[in-house]
Ligand binder design. Sequence first.
Ligand code: ADP
Length: 195
Amino acid sequence: MVNIVIFGPPGSGKGTQSQKIIEKYGYTHISTGELLRKEITTGSKLGHQVKDIIGRGDLVSDNLIIDILEKEFNRLRDVPGVIFDGFPRTTQQAQELKKILNKRGTAVSVMLSLEVEQNELIKRLLARKAISGRQDDNMVVIENRLVIYADRTAPVVEFYRKAGKLSIIDGSGSVDDIFTQIDNVLQNLSKQTAQ
Ligand code: ADP
């Protein structure tokens, strides 16, 4: 089983590229951000718990998100691959993901780290607001999300670099240019697993 961590700051195109991977490879997408937004929309207890946190651009607690992730992962049966989008976002989450996958006899195959410069991220997120209507796509909250990304999430790259799993993707070009880079990495991965 292929396990891809798609990683990068808010606005780096993780969701868009995940869709391209799904179209070509048929992998299953687990986006913790989407799972949380669904809870808010349905008005569940969990949704109430996280609404304000997400609205401020802060991170939901590790324990809560790890629990949600593990339940979602354990629901999967016989899938060829999984794309983890928005998780792990802290080093503790990365350690827990390792354990969760380990229990199922599998491991992270690769981390695709999308790199985009800050001005471009802000431009994309503000443009996205018109379409997404997301409460956290406004200037004040975007700034907080970027600060939290730099403080708490960016260090996760080192975890995968040390494990020899890191693949850096230039996330600044067109959607198709970025996908070409990702596709090359994924094709090499399947060649390796076939050997
Ligand atoms: P983006 O990548 O655009 O910031 P996401 O959809 O991945 O957006 O996440 C939206 C929000 O959901 C985050 O700002 C955070 O509040 C919460 N969230 C999502 N995933 C996690 C996670 N793994 N740990 C903690 N909080 C999370």
